[in-house]
Design a protein around this ligand. Sequence first.
Ligand code: ADP
Ligand code: MG
Length: 567
Amino acid sequence: MSIHLLSEQTINQIAAGEVVESPASVVKELLENSLDAGAKKICVETLGGGLKLIRIADDGSGMSPKDAKLAILRHTTSKIVDAHDLFHIATKGFRGEALASIASISKMTIQTALGSEMGIQIEVENGHVVAEKSYARNRGTTVEVRSLFYNVPARKKFQKSAVAISAEIFKLMTEMALCHPETSFEFSSNNKTAFKVLATEDPQFRMKELLGDPFCTDSFPLHFEEAGFCISGIIGAPTNSRANRLGQHLFLNQRVIVCDPIAEAVRTAYGTRLEERRYPIFCLHIKAPADLIDVNVHPQKLTVRLRKEEWFVEKVVHAVEKALAWKVDKPFVVPSHLTQLSPLEVHAETLHLRFQENAPLSEQELPLAWDPLEVMGYFDRFIFFKEKEQICILDRKAASFRIHYEELIAKGEEKVEKQGLLIPFTICLTPLEAAMVLTHQEAIECLGFELHLIGKDTFMVEAIPSMIDPKDVEKMLAEMGEMLRDFIGKLDYKIERQKKLALLAARYATHSSSVSEEGALHLYKRLMACDTPFSCPKGTPTLVTLAYENIEDLFKTHRKVATQLAN
Ligand code: ADP
Ligand code: MG
């Protein structure tokens, strides 16, 4: 076959293959156009999973008759002028392809008016205007797409069932409505209203309307702002997790996006609070400088590329960790309804994952509430403090884990305090552990070790971190070697490696067997200076509080049980 130029219609149909994967992508493109046109109210109707009909009516800017006829041509857009504009795109569309692509594989009708003059109705078939007439309507645009894929039967054959497509459209509509609480949406499928939500200034109100109780009840608000970055929304309690990612809704600069690094960052922040293969639920709006986000990666603009991925990840992890620390891990107060059951049921484990949707506490508020403290006594590794009307019980093991972990993380690549050993000793590792320790020796030495390979898989240990007991060193380094295997073949692992090493080292941090009153208060203060003071990095509480009434309740309940037994 000789080389020839493809017809405009064929080119459009090829482009449509990228932009229009399914009826849901048509809905998405048309919705985006309405939102770009500043619509405050959008009505969406579909029939037969959108294959028969998709109709989207908006009260946006509308188009002049001339623009309406231009809009259906390929590469026509009002949103960018040249490639420079790609670096600060404020609209959802910019490729100027959607209407042309959709028009090339469907029968399309557009009714539009600017409000100030008579509107127009155009009928488009095979990408060409086949009829036009004046049309009176309020400002805004209605786009009707019928018989999608009628002229590309091969594509039609590959579509899912109408029920599956309807579900996909429903999901998309929900995401778009969550993303744009400031806009009213009405959505009906096969003449039945699926949902109708009114514009609201409160994104969380929209979340409650659309995501429902199971999602929102065991969740709590998050808000964090720093240097051009803002994240807000709700995150689920660790107990309110899912086996898949379906409960994750992410919006970046008011775009529905899929972004694995961010979703993963949220999960990282939950740390050990979540079991393996469980995913947190969340609905988060992120705002960040537009020049850090590349949306021009994917024809449907769903996947975005982050220009400073680490910057995003660090901010998200920090925000979620902070929210979890102050909301989830507040010192565990024994609530009276639990003490009423039976004194035996007062376990910290049963108490610690309880949430209230009250306003976030300011950071200064909490620690101050416990000053001044009085040391009451010690019981094994626990220190009892008295503070006004309550007793605080501090677990020295968990507290020291938390304190050392955060101190090690804060030091970054700086070396920490070490104790040189008067009599160095040797340790023997397995070949793999030894290889891993050698590969990552510099990072390990940052923790305060000084190691020399002196024989096959044998190291001379000349210094160790000051918080570590020499007798734990061999076990600890073996464990490090094992853990470091995770990084074989990985790139960019420095931060993650430092976290994991710090986690392991801090877990081995010792706490002296006796502690003076001054030492106890000092420990408490160091704990409170942590970013996440109320739990160890593995989620165990560091501090439990018992109010006077809680203690009194324990006795009352006990008496009640005794009386019941007597009767
Ligand atoms: P893009 O959105 O990438 O610019 P489209 O093919 O989706 O490309 O739309 C082409 C142009 O048509 C848009 O730039 C816009 O000017 C106009 N347009 C499309 N839909 C609407 C609408 N609902 N309201 C007002 N203008 C619209
Ligand atoms: Mg568009």
